[in-house]
Ligand binder design. Structure first.
Ligand code: CP
Ligand code: NVA
Length: 304
């Protein structure tokens, strides 16, 4: 049994299979054909944080595959009243066939997985968001082909999204230019884990964006860090993706954002709503890529 708890849980070869499969599943859905390999199967979803895309993409995707998805908010379950995560895993995994968890520390989903009888997928933790970056890379491939050797420019803090880009850079062999405000950089440990050949840090976002193939950013304040909101607004003031910043990147560069976005804060409306933005396609691709992951974890490789 396999879990998908962080981006590095799959190899390059597995991602190549999963992207081929995603393209097939997407085309099949668009053609109107029914494809339901998981009748009677249930996906349990635990949300300890808010969500629009993750909930809708997993729920719609599981339904399309012929199964059912169960939405559980921790505040409405005994988890919110202190039931140990290990006990929740033991109980849920006796009744459902696969689980998605959105929670705080990565250690929580790891403890869940250690006690689960069924595969577990990370739907975002403080440390990682593997499903998001999988959809982002698939989106890049749809536009421009292989991401190998390309440059991704990240404007923002060291968070779940940028740390997952870092894992992806190592696997897919692309370069990551990080422009993080002072005090919000990758840790020395991240550098040691992923290697200095994979990423370069910049104080100046304009330098980081130079000749980039993708420019991407995220909210200044991630979920769980709300008490830092005011301070972060001040600290991130020079780290915004503007039209001027996009001019530093390649002419065919794509703008990506995991969403939700705050126009005027981390990105200007002219960029996110402009011609280089692929944010809606990224969001849609969450569903198609996750369907390939669910199918792979539950049924293995398929060639139909
Ligand atoms: N990008 C993303 O995970 O969005 P949600 O928080 O809406 O699920
Ligand atoms: N970094 C953001 C991503 C939201 C999808 C957060 O964790 O809130």
């Amino acid at each position: 049994m396999r879990h998908y708890l962080q981006f590095s849980d799959f190899t390059l070869e597995e991602y190549q299979y999963l992207f081929e499969r995603t393209a097939k599943l997407k085309a099949r859905l668009k053609s109107g054909a029914l494809y339901q390999p998981l009748p009677g199967k249930v996906l349990g979803m635990i949300f300890e944080k808010s969500s629009t895309r993750t909930r809708v993409s997993f729920e719609a995707g599981m339904f399309q595959l012929g199964g059912h998805a169960m939405f559980l908010q921790s505040k409405d379950t005994q988890l919110g009243r202190g039931e140990p995560i290990e006990d929740v895993a033991k109980v849920m995994s006796r009744m459902v066939d696969i689980v998605m968890v959105r929670t705080f520390e990565q250690s929580i989903i790891e403890r869940f997985a250690e006690n689960s009888l069924v595969p577990v997928i990370n739907g975002l933790t403080n440390e990682y968001h593997p499903c998001q970056i999988m959809a982002d890379i698939f989106t890049y491939i749809e536009h421009h082909g292989s991401i190998e050797g390309k440059t991704v420019c990240w404007i923002g803090d060291s968070n779940n999204i940028s740390r997952t880009w870092l894992q992806a850079a190592k696997i897919f062999n692309f370069k990551l230019n990080l422009a993080c405000p002072r005090g919000y950089e990758m840790t020395v440990l991240d550098g040691q884990t992923y290697g200095s050949d994979v990423f370069e840090t910049f104080n100046d976002p304009y330098q980081a964006a130079r000749d980039a193939d993708i420019v991407t950013t995220d909210v200044c304040t991630s979920m769980g860090y709300e008490r830092e909101t005011l301070q972060r607004k001040k600290d991130f003031i020079n780290y915004k993706v503007s039209e001027k910043l996009m001019l530093q990147a390649k002419a065919n560069a794509l703008f990506m954002h995991c969403l939700p976005a705050h126009r005027g804060e981390e990105v200007d409306p002219e960029v996110i709503d402009g011609p280089q933005s692929v944010v809606w396609q990224e969001a849609e691709n969450r569903m198609h890529t996750q369907k390939a992951v669910i199918e792979y974890l539950m049924l293995g490789r398929l060639d139909d």
